[in-house]
Structure formats: C-alpha cells, structure tokens
Design a binder for this molecule. Structure first.
Ligand code: F6P
Length: 363
C-alpha cells in the first residue's frame, strides 16, 4: 500500500484572528483533495523541540473558521537557533536547531507549514536553509511583513481599533477633551493609519513620521478656534517625537522579539495638557485588537492563503511564503520576509488622502 504523505502545521508568535481559519483550510484541503495526513505542532517551535504534536482530522478543524486565537497554541519564546534557558541572571541561550531538525526528520514530513509573522518566518527561513521543506503563511495584526500587501489579522485589528476610536468620540465631544487612542503595530504604523482614517481621527501619529508636539498643539488650538472643542488622536505604540525615543513597556529577554512597546499614549497626553489648555485622556486598545473572531475579510483571506499553501506543498515550492499582490496570490521567497518589517511608505496614497482632508500626522 502506498504510504500517505504527511505534513505538519505550526503557529508561532502573537495570536491573531484568522489563524484557525488557515489551519482549517490547510487541513481540509490536504485531506479532501490529496488524502494527506496532517499533524498540528503544539505551541510553535517549542512543540518541535519537545516533540509535542496532535493529529488533525477533518472533524478537529470543523467549526473553527470563526474562532480567534490558535487551537495549536503559540509562543514568542522558542527560537531553536537561540533558545532561552533559565531566567534573570541565570538566563542563557543555546542552539537547539539540531534537535528540531532531527525531530522534524523523525516525523517524515513532506512539508512544514509555518503560520507566523517576521519572527516565526525568519526562523522558518533558517530551517529552510537547513533543508527543511517549509511553506510560510503571513500572519500578523501589524501588517508589517515584506513581500505581501496584506496579512490576515490586520483587517480584524483595524476594525476593533476603529470601534474604539468611534466610542471615544462621544466623551471627547461631550467633555471638550482630547482623547488619545493608542493602538498596536510594533514599529510600523499600518494599524494607526487605517483605523485613524476609518475613525476620522484629527491627528494620526505613526512610527514612520516622528511628531512635533508644537505642531500637534497648534492643530488642536486651530480646531478650537473653528468651534471644535475636542480632538481625537490615534497614536501607534511605536510612534516617537522628533529627536526622541519610543516608549518601551518592558523587555522580555527570553523572547524572540524582546522589546514590548507601549505607553506613548500617556506620555503624549501629558505633553498635550502641558502645551494646550485641554483636559486629555488616553485609551490603550492593547490586546483587544488581537482577540475574538476574525472579520469576514480575514476569514476569506486566511482560507485563500491556506489553500494556496497546500498547492505549494504539492508543487514542492518550498522556502516561500504565500503573499498577496493586488488581487493575486504570489509566492514570496522567505529570504525577503526575513529582511525586516514593512514600514508605511511616506508616499502611501492613504497618507496623501488623509492630509488632503486636514488630518495632521504630527509633522
Ligand atoms: O505583533 C503583534 C503585536 O500585537 C504587536 O502589535 C505588539 O507590539 C506585540 O505583538 C505585543 O506582544 P505581546 O503579546 O507579547 O505583549
């Protein structure tokens, strides 16, 4: 009897809406069209180090399309090439990549599907160079992956952030206040730009455009003169003043990406109160942006990406991520994805459109 092909799926980095939709798409298509056996790796690369897996049958992935998070679990702490052992003063790093490669070989996989952001796919690229047949799927609410126009999770995050911005409008207007909404996005301003435009923010601050507090105060005062005794500011967690630094919330040394941003909203609030007469409040959207059910757009995108990943496995197109270019799915070398974050270009048409409506970017 011919042996069934076997693939494994791994989810790494921060969770985000739509991961389960990809797991479902890959698993269903692999089983229905090719009778491939599918294994789920638990908790990202940690599961490959510790041999923790579960079999994924058709029924295991049925009814998870709308479910947030990842049924496989994830972690940001298990880079096999730089694996943290111990904590604090006892923290040390070891290269466990040989263990992972041996474990993958034992599984006799025809491919490993890695669903992740730049950290997870960067590690996937290293594994590919170590001859592991990898296919990547772009996941992150931040939309900051090179080689793809969009990542799944982004639309869901933008929609939650926009709802937050919509909701602070009433307090801003009733109390004649400045309301600041701090959104995620890491070192890229995609979430702030899109949710800021969708929520009609008066001021949008993104990491790509360092801001000048004098300019922000000027815009707030000018609005007041026009009878608008409130303003809405959307600030990306990675934004910073001209000549200043990003606000770091904490360092997680054992993480694949140790710097956790956060807190710029409060720092900015104090400055706005100092530079204007306005009472200011800050709301941090935080992990609300990563939680809950994916939007219909993300469900569709995740399904599309997942099914395409299976096509790539069948064609033996390894070392690539499925990407989106315009209306088409394309294969993007993992090498490109591993090059670092995709920033918002300063000439992005949405920045131009927003500016033409009078939106200030702090410059
Ligand atoms: O990459 C997704 C993201 O939510 C970023 O926007 C944010 O900076 C970071 O992860 C937060 O990480 P954690 O969940 O580890 O606090």
């Amino acid at each position: 009897m011919k042996k069934r092909k076997r693939i494994a799926i791994l989810t790494g980095g921060g969770d985000c809406p739509g991961i389960n939709a990809v797991i479902r798409a890959v698993t269903k298509k692999a089983i229905i069209e090719y009778d491939i056996e599918v294994i789920g790796v638990k908790d990202g690369y940690e599961g490959l180090i510790e041999n923790r897996y579960r079999k994924l049958e058709y029924n295991d992935v049925s009814n998870i399309l709308t479910l947030g998070g990842t049924i496989l679990g994830t972690t940001k702490k298990a880079n096999p090439y730089h694996y943290a052992i111990g904590k604090g003063d006892r923290l040390e790093f070891r290269d466990l990549s040989r263990v992972v490669i041996k474990n993958i070989k034992k599984l006799k996989l025809s491919s490993l599907v890695c669903i992740g952001g730049d950290g997870t796919l960067g590690i996937a690229y290293q594994l590919f160079k170590d001859e592991i047949p990898i296919v990547g799927v772009p996941k992150t609410i931040d939309n900051d992956l090179k080689g793809t126009d969009i990542t799944f999770g982004f639309d869901s995050a933008v929609s939650i952030a926009t709802e937050g911005i919509d909701r602070v409008h009433t307090t801003a207007e009733s109390h004649h206040r400045i309301m600041i909404v701090e959104v995620m996005g890491h070192h890229s301003g995609w979430i702030a730009l899109y949710s800021g435009v969708a929520g009609g923010a008066d001021i949008i601050l993104i990491p790509e455009i360092p801001y000048d507090i004098n300019r922000i105060a000027e815009v707030i005062k000018r609005r007041e003169k026009k009878g608008k005794r409130f303003s809405i500011v959307v600030v990306s967690e990675g934004a910073r003043p001209k000549g200043g630094k990003v606000v770091i919330q904490r360092i997680v040394e054992e993480s694949t990406d140790p710097v956790r941003l956060g807190g710029i909203g409060f720092a900015l609030g104090e400055k706005i109160e100092e530079f204007t007469e306005f009472d200011t409040r800050t709301v941090v959207m935080g992990h609300l942006q990563r939680g809950g059910s994916p939007t219909p757009f993300d469900r569709v995108l995740a399904t599309h990406l997942g099914t395409r990943a299976v096509d790539m496995i069948i064609k033996k197109e390894f070392g690539y991520m499925v990407g989106v270019k315009g209306n088409s799915l394309v294969k993007v070398p993992l090498k490109i994805v591993a090059q670092g974050p995709k920033k918002v270009p300063l000439i992005h048409p949405l920045i131009k459109s927003a500016r033409s409506l009078g939106t200030c970017f702090g410059d």
